[in-house]
Design a protein around this ligand. Structure first.
Ligand code: ZN
Length: 657
């Protein structure tokens, strides 16, 4: 089937869907989950940093003697529930359990990676596996017989579900997601956390819902999307239809948030997406983490329940967020007051850009893609992944950023008073292996969404299973080699995303490389056709067929829409998905005094000593390094946007290779 027809069929399928049809994924493009991923190249180094340094660092800080010790809250809750004196008093924020749960979810994803003979990585994984086994009984012991779990309430003996600011739903959302992830990682063999997640969701379902059950305000979204993921998992393990009630509960929360008790408390109404019915929303607003989690659930429900109203609203919000409120680094949520989305084109360079908001955008992009929106969600995920998210962790993997402004002199810190991001960042990044490929609902099109050295992917096409091995030096080179191995010769469309770097109309990139690519199959021109952002090759594929896909990766000058006042007269640089920063440490002249000549010819060079080696840019004395590697060489000012000399001779559209 032609790609256009595939999307038309998906759109028709979605429009025709009625409320609560068969649960599970009924249409769109389904990601190809890779449970034994062999990851090489750029991402091997980054996986190693997360597995061997960052996640162990989180564990150390969460445990006794660490900076937060939040894990001890769960230990003490278990003691209390067993009728013993708790060994510690409650520490941290009411939502502290969340960091433990998202760290375990990150561990689950990390254990789905084959160390490929890397002993250091294998030892790192063994440590994480052991720690998870040690933690699981403690977590299970902290769950009340009813299914309720929240250490803050149990240790402080507070009545349940009385203060939205206590984040019970938020924490239970992470608890449920942890259970779903653990079931998958253990390939269904270990249901302990999954069954605990079901018990928790059943408890929520017994208390909340249409009258006579309660309708209550969710103080921080997250639970709704977790319930959608649980619905999928329960359908897959316990039988189609068994998970539907969890999606319905999520729908109840999303559709009634605006009229829940306490919803319209001043500015807080927009802050937690309670200022209007979800189906009427059109302007991405409020606290950016809450908002992106809320919108993710709207997309997820549009797909799972065929809720066209929520789907249309999610699409309007998506345009609002990406077309008018997204930073070039993929960060969102410019406001320091309320960590919020600001107005259209309000993108101050000291903007907040919380790391968890990028995680939320990544989850939302995944759901938008699943619903059948071609190419753009994958481009959005790529941008936030290679810049805002990757840059949130330090080169040594032992400190992080909560905020990610584009103009800053702050170095990363080992912990934060609200370390919500600590496990969220690695779980969002490690999900890359499951976002690299997707398959159309009818199985006729295999999409290559991301460029990653990845072996072990197996996609189910209509004609059978196809193993895919990809090798690439991306993001430093614009070439990927794919070897496809169907079980038997099989016809399908291979659709490779053609990066165009302008998925947000806020930014124009020069030279424009949109739509440019070359593709060969077994050394011969592939006859690929560009459609909906993908280079499509329709043929009968045979075991061992080799595709070489390449696209230009010049150094690009980025300029913004003139309505973005913060960047008026400024220029930024990118190459491929990587945005660049200028750092004071590289130049004697104050960055404020520098004006970049429009004809300045920036060339690439390899900087081996930074962040496992990076491609940097140089023009004369001026040097720019990847945004993700910023502020790793001591404290100094580091900026994305530089003033550009006005009235020059125009840009130099050179190729950086
Ligand atoms: Zn966070």
């Amino acid at each position: 089937m032609e790609l256009k027809k595939v999307f038309a069929a998906l759109a028709a399928g979605m429009a025709a869907a009625t409320a609560f049809p068969s649960p599970g994924i009924a249409g769109g493009a389904t990601p190809v989950a890779v449970s034994d991923a062999k990851i090489g190249g750029f991402w091997h180094d980054n996986v190693r940093r997360l597995v061997c340094r960052w996640i162990p660092h989180c564990i150390k800080e969460l445990e006794a003697g660490g900076r937060g010790e939040e894990f001890l809250n769960l230990v003490a809750t278990g003691e209390t529930l067993a009728g013993k004196e708790p060994s510690v008093k409650f520490k941290g924020q009411p939502w502290s359990d969340a960091y433990v749960y998202n760290t375990i979810e990150a561990i689950c994803l990390a254990l789905e990676i084959d160390p490929c003979g890397d002993d250091v990585l294998a030892r790192g994984q063994a440590y994480l596996r052991g720690k998870m086994e040690e933690w699981i009984p403690v977590i299970l012991a902290a769950q009340e017989p009813s299914g309720y779990i929240h250490s803050y309430h149990d240790l402080r003996k507070k009545p349940h579900f009385t203060q939205a600011g206590d984040h019970e739903f938020y924490v239970m959302g992470y608890f449920i997601e942890m259970g779903v992830a653990h079931l998958r990682t253990t390939k269904g063999r270990d249901r302990r956390l999954f069954d605990a997640a079901i018990k928790c969701a059943d408890h929520l379902d017994s208390v909340f819902g249409p009258a006579p059950k309660r309708t209550w305000l969710n103080g921080h979204a997250g639970l709704e999307y977790a319930l959608c993921r649980l619905a999928d998992a329960v359908d897959a393990t316990d039988g189609a239809g068994k998970g539907a009630k969890y999606a319905r509960l999520a729908s109840h929360f999303i559709r009634n948030q605006y009229k829940a008790e306490g919803a319209n408390a001043g500015w807080h109404a927009a802050y937690h997406q309670a200022d209007m019915p979800a189906q009427d929303m059109k302007d991405a607003s409020g606290h950016a983490v809450r908002a992106t989690y809320f919108y993710t659930a709207m997309s997820a429900l549009a797909l799972r329940l065929g809720d066209g109203e929520l789907g249309a609203a999610a699409d309007r919000l998506w345009e609002s967020a990406i077309d008018r409120k997204e930073y070039i680094t993929g960060g969102v949520g410019a406001g320091w007051h309320g960590e919020a989305f600001m107005g259209d084109y309000e993108l101050a360079n000291n903007g907040y850009c919380e790391s968890c908001a990028s995680c939320g955008m990544g989850f939302w992009a995944d759901e938008q893609r699943r619903r059948g929106h071609p190419a753009k969600p994958s481009a959005v995920f790529e941008r936030l992944l290679y810049n805002n998210l990757l840059g949130s962790i330090s080169e040594d993997g032992r400190s992080f950023y909560y905020q990610n402004p584009l103009d800053s002199d702050k170095v990363r810190y080992p912990w934060h008073v609200c370390p919500c991001c600590v496990g969220n960042i690695p779980r969002a990044m490690l999900a890359l292996k499951d976002r690299t490929y997707s398959i159309s609902a009818d199985g006729t099109t295999l999409f290559v969404e991301q460029f990653v050295s990845l072996d072990g992917a197996k996609a189910k096409t209509a004609g059978g299973v196809v193993a895919i091995r990809q090798t690439t030096a991306y993001p430093w080179e614009g070439t990927a080699e794919l070897v496809l191995s169907p079980e038997k010769p099989t016809r399908f469309i291979l659709a490779l995303r053609v990066p165009d770097r302008t998925e947000s109309p806020l930014y124009s990139a020069m030279p424009d490389v949109s739509g440019q690519f070359e593709a060969t199959v077994n050394g011969k021109a592939a006859g690929a056709v560009l459609q909906d952002g993908y280079a499509c090759i329709d043929r009968e594929w045979k075991p061992g067929d080799k595709v070489v896909f390449s696209f230009p990766m010049p150094v690009q000058r980025i300029r913004t829409d003139i309505r973005v006042k913060a960047d008026k007269g400024c220029v930024a640089f990118s190459r491929g998905p990587v945005v660049y920063n200028f750092e004071q440490i590289d130049t004697k002249e104050p960055l404020d005094k520098i004006e970049i000549d429009p004809a300045a010819d920036f060339k690439t060079f390899w900087m081996p000593d930074l962040h496992d080696g990076v491609t940097a840019l140089r023009c004369g004395e001026l040097v720019a390094i990847p945004n993700f590697a910023r502020l790793n060489r001591g404290q100094c000012r580091s900026v994305v946007w530089m003033r550009e000399k006005q009235g020059g001779s125009g840009s130099s559209d050179q190729n950086g290779k």
